[in-house]
Design a protein around this ligand. Sequence first.
Ligand SMILES: Nc1ncnc2c1ncn2[C@@H]1O[C@H](COP(=O)(O)OP(=O)(O)O)[C@@H](O)[C@H]1O
Ligand SMILES: [Mg+2]
Length: 315
Amino acid sequence: MVLRAMERRAKQRVMPVRAAAETEIALRDVTVRYKLAGGGSKTVLHRLNVEIRAGEFVAVLGETGCGKSTLLRMVLGQEFPNEGAVVVDGKPVRRIDARCGYVPQKYALFPDRSVMQNVLYGPENAFCGWMGRARPRFWRFRRELRAEATQMLLRMGLKSGDFSKYPGQLSGGMQQRVAIAQALMMRPPVLLMDEAFSALDPSTRASLQQQLKDAWQETKPTVLFVTHNTSEALLLATRVLVLRPHAEGETESNVLVDMQVPHTNEPLSVRRRTREFEQLHEHVKQLAFRESDGGTELVPTGLVQEMPRRGDAAE
Ligand SMILES: Nc1ncnc2c1ncn2[C@@H]1O[C@H](COP(=O)(O)OP(=O)(O)O)[C@@H](O)[C@H]1O
Ligand SMILES: [Mg+2]
């Protein structure tokens, strides 16, 4: 008896370390409810159990209001679940987690700082506080950082003439590019992006998709990427989660689909035109959506499917 208890305790001590190495983000039986203005409450996320390994690129799909942004805020540590636990890098999230870079849907930039100042702000503060700025080492670091920020902003499609502009002087799409550059400059181990590409025109969107995929391939952060676009999800992600709205009284989780996506290294513009990709796209639409008179609509079938790995799929 005593031995078994000791063994159990030893396992508990070891577990978080193992979890940190393999699982970057874990949602354990997470339920989130919001109070309704007229009394009562509404369950948004229900008994979510998701384990995300370090380096996975997870796209989160689902109709408006099904809790995608809520899920991201839980991982970020901006909000906390009513039940269950959110664990990042083996530790329960208790405050805004410094490991997470976050690109929200809008209002991501400091309005009173220029584009360059916005991008430098995070890394400079991570390097040292105000006092540390007196040291020569800081200025050397800042010169290198500026060069890196310049590269990142150009890569995201900004021109050097934009660097001294303020967010208010830029279009929404340009602001979003700066926000993405700002997040990537921190080289976060976890990157949370909430419909970050929704406001962009199709060609900018395609180019930023490629930039993001390249950046992910270089440093392999763990990405949670919320999108409304199934094709975008399948082009970028290694795994797709489709959520569905929770209906009161339902007992199961509101994960509709949890599926691996075969990963390839070809450019996205090539990939999106392949027959294999078209088939994959059709497959996911059949799993998660149904054609209706009003367009595509999510079907709450409770389906959870595992996609065959590349090569396993029947032609
Ligand atoms: N802070 C909040 N207080 C009350 N209700 C909220 C809050 N945040 C989100 N909700 C509600 O939770 C549901 C899910 O919201 P959200 O996570 O933003 O969905 P999605 O991002 O999938 O569109 C919506 O019905 C929304 O109105
Ligand atoms: Mg949202």
